[in-house]
Design a protein around this ligand. Sequence first.
Ligand SMILES: [Zn+2]
Length: 133
Amino acid sequence: MEIKTKFELGDKVVGISHYTKEVLIPCLTCDRTGRIIIKDKNFECPDCYGKGVHNEYKPEAWYIVTNNEGILFIYDNVVKIDIDIIRKETKIRYLLGRKYTNSYSGTLWNENDLFRIIEEEVECKKRNEELKD
Ligand SMILES: [Zn+2]
């Protein structure tokens, strides 16, 4: 088996992350009423528990993670590559640390949210544009 990773140990990277917003999606099972009728009996909707809506959490805005938000500014080198292979899905995550030392941050970064320096700005802009649609 051969696994291709986006980065290698020692690569200098930058992460992007996003703020999250709560979105209310109308419940289709009860048509937003929170109640359903079965054989003339009125029940609480089992899908939305009577709320009439479902809560979903979606990205609101992407941003480049800097030393204000976290410690990525210091920990910007790939020090460990974590690969999970579950059936058809391969999950590649990275642990970032400080070059030439043993210190690292505890966050595992998804491959999709890490970029080489400079690339992160373009990607952040692109994802924010997509959110406007
Ligand atoms: Zn419902």
